[in-house]
Design a protein around this ligand. Sequence first.
Ligand code: GDP
Length: 426
Amino acid sequence: MTVTAVVGANWGDEGKGKITDYLARDMDFVVRFQGGSNAGHTILNEFGKFALHMLPSGVFYPHVHNVLGPGVALNIVGLAKELQYLKDHGLVPSFFHISDRAQVVLPVHILLDQAEEMRLGANQFGSTRSGIAPFYADKFLKIGVQVADLFFKDRLRQRIERNLALKNFLLPTAYQLPIQDPLEITEIVSHYADVIAPFVCDTTLLLHDALKNNQGILLEGQLGALRDPDHGIYPFTTSSSPLAGFASVGAGIPPYAIRRIIAVTKAYSTCVGAGPFVTELMGPESNALRERGGDAGEYGATTGRPRRVGWFDAVATRYGCMIQGATEVALTNLDVLSYREEIPIATAYTLGDKTTTQFPPTAELSQAQPVFEVMPGWRTDITSIQHYEDLPPSARQYVERIETLIDTKIRYISVGPQRKQIVIKP
Ligand code: GDP
């Protein structure tokens, strides 16, 4: 079987959780390769409604091996809560594996993330405050803590002393916060080992064996292409790469093994946090779309914050599909637009006296204005449609226009938040 990556084409929240949950039925492994509890994948299926932050979206299938690869930011407190939440709903993942090389989010990462956003005040990034930026900063400063370190107490203490050395200058001076005692933190963190011990292994080896055995592997991305630190809307990006290209690194599989790259995009745009967002709607029009969007309005699955909403941005999405290397697209939330008489799509941007269809760097993007093309709406409920030819002609016209503009085949069309509400485009 081929390896499939399910990744975001935009700013995140595209509906990757739903698509992963749908595709996981036919997979043997579902792997998270980057990010941490800042993710919020909403999944509605026969077991109920779940917002997964740490766990891969394959946990609802008893046959699926769920893997947190070396590239993830492992929040063990969050993970324990999520496992408990599943247990309360009668669900215990049959196979769950955590890479012994993944690194651990420390309490100080969360503290610093919160303190820094507060210090920035009006200029804050809109971080989910789950410690992700300080975590990845430490990883690349080489002062992080690997999962394997948790099982060697002396080593763990040394790693934590090293980690906290500079921070204990910073905390009282920059943030007026008390210093952290390395011994106390070592005690707290060493208990994390008990929570994860049954799941820890060399997941890279596991996945290489799976490849040899021709098993199905799905790599589940978090956030979207425009949040990539290199290719996205820097500095309003995340701190790890959400690109399929990075999936091989963060999961530990050969790059050439990934054959299908499914870029997920919504039929309109949403964006959480700060940064340029060219098609953004304001006022009553934005409220009308936000209240109808997703499964219960467009509010962040991790933070509950209202998402910024706008019309479909073909410039940003074509770029997102390009940098993901998308072989196909899943278009979600098409049903949400059923209330509209007419639906605008941004086909280009104006930048001063220039018009462009290319996605510019952030400095120019902030000046960009959308050029809209208006498509007819369909004004009918499409949530129970199962076959492409049964969609109203103007809904198909909308899908096909997007397909042309983003230069990538649309394979899946999601017409509701439930697993079964999906149409395969022939
Ligand atoms: P993810 O992080 O990419 O998995 O996306 P989120 O879960 O944060 O946000 C997607 C939202 O859209 C969630 O509320 C989903 O339940 C919802 N959703 C996914 N697909 C559809 C769809 O086709 N129609 C509707 N109405 N909601 C959908």
